[in-house]
Design a protein around this ligand. Structure first.
Ligand code: ATP
Ligand code: MG
Length: 307
């Protein structure tokens, strides 16, 4: 079983404008749509498309719980959240202008998590997670959940002995490296924050791989570099027409871990993840991709051993 943990979930409210955003004018909306915003939830969606059973864990606020639950149910995501009474799950506003690529993102911080809520999450994990499971912790941490809490969460998972994957950034990512997890996938900016280098990622990757079984540095349209079992692999990305690259990393991580849980070869895990993420950037939301189309793209992906 795979569990994804989204500590700071968000509901994406996609605002499709008539024309472009203009100050001093009443900007009218063509339509409003909702999408899942949490990185772990995106990972769960990607695992579902790969046919791998998983459950999304984390916090949700009771005030708008039905809204989040409807979005997750519509996307077929199985979840079991710690419900925080009297709080709303944060929303992100994604402004999409007519005939203009890209989007404007405005995000709420999220509500305060208390020690009581954190205790409930730890209890849930204790009951559910087994040694043979995989756990993905993804996204930002909410107010009230500090580095010490993250350390306790990681130590709890290490004690269980499950496979721990982290898609974190900044201090949280540093903490994951310090504690020693099984998988990280920083992008080029996140790895730079972790170990400053002159743009050559090989040294930081080699350094990180002393402690971490799977280190993947993702480089957007330039693909990714993966270090595992003393070998470094360069993975290409298929050339596609970019619509929205938000969530490409989540799609990559979700599909990679799904393939790994099915005991696929490393080259297969990497090439399928690269193809799925490339397929995903062609959609205007940050979740959707089509695994059948991705399998066709996978033929274009090369996985080259560097050392
Ligand atoms: P996010 O945090 O928004 O999920 P990220 O910054 O963590 O994304 P990226 O490095 O942008 O992750 O992308 C992850 C992977 O997705 C890349 O390694 C690549 O395989 C694929 N990808 C991203 N952008 C493109 C693109 N324009 N064309 C093809 N593949 C892409
Ligand atoms: Mg990322």
């Amino acid at each position: 079983m795979i569990y994804t943990i989204t500590l700071n979930p968000t509901i994406d409210r996609l605002l499709f404008l008539e024309g472009t955003l203009t100050k001093g004018k009443n900007n009218r909306l063509r339509k409003v749509a909702y999408d899942i915003g949490g990185k772990g939830h995106h990972g769960s969606y990607a695992m579902n498309q790969s046919g791998v059973k998983n459950q999304a864990l984390g916090f949700s606020g009771t005030i708008n719980a039905s809204k989040l639950e409807k979005i997750l149910s519509d996307k077929g995501i199985n979840y079991d959240f710690v419900e925080v009474y009297g709080k709303p799950t944060r929303e992100s506003y994604v402004i999409l202008e007519e005939k203009v690529g890209g989007s404007i993102l405005i995000t709420e911080k999220g509500f305060n998590i208390t020690d009581y809520d954190i205790g409930l999450l730890f209890e849930k994990i204790e009951h559910k997670v087994q040694r043979e499971d995989m756990v993905l912790i993804a996204g930002s941490v909410p107010p009230g959940f500090d580095l010490h809490d993250l350390e306790n969460l990681l130590k709890q998972l290490k004690k269980i002995g499950c496979f721990i994957a982290c898609d974190l950034s900044g201090e949280a990512l540093k903490k994951a490296v310090e504690i020693g997890v099984d998988f990280i996938k920083p992008n080029q900016f996140e790895v730079q924050e972790l170990i400053p280098s002159d743009g050559n990622f090989l040294e930081p990757i080699k350094e990180l791989s002393k402690k971490i079984k799977y280190v993947i540095v993702s480089l957007g349209k330039d693909g990714s570099v993966c270090s595992h079992a003393g070998e470094v692999h360069q993975v290409s990305a298929p050339t596609v027409e970019l619509v929205n690259d938000t969530g490409a990393g989540d799609c990559f991580v979700g599909t990679f871990l799904a393939s790994l849980s099915l005991s696929k070869s490393l080259a297969e895990c990497l090439s399928l993840a690269s193809a799925c993420a490339a397929n995903q950037v062609q959609y205007n939301d940050s979740t959707t991709f089509n695994i059948k189309d991705a399998r066709k793209l996978q033929k274009e992906v090369t996985v080259k051993k560097l050392s």
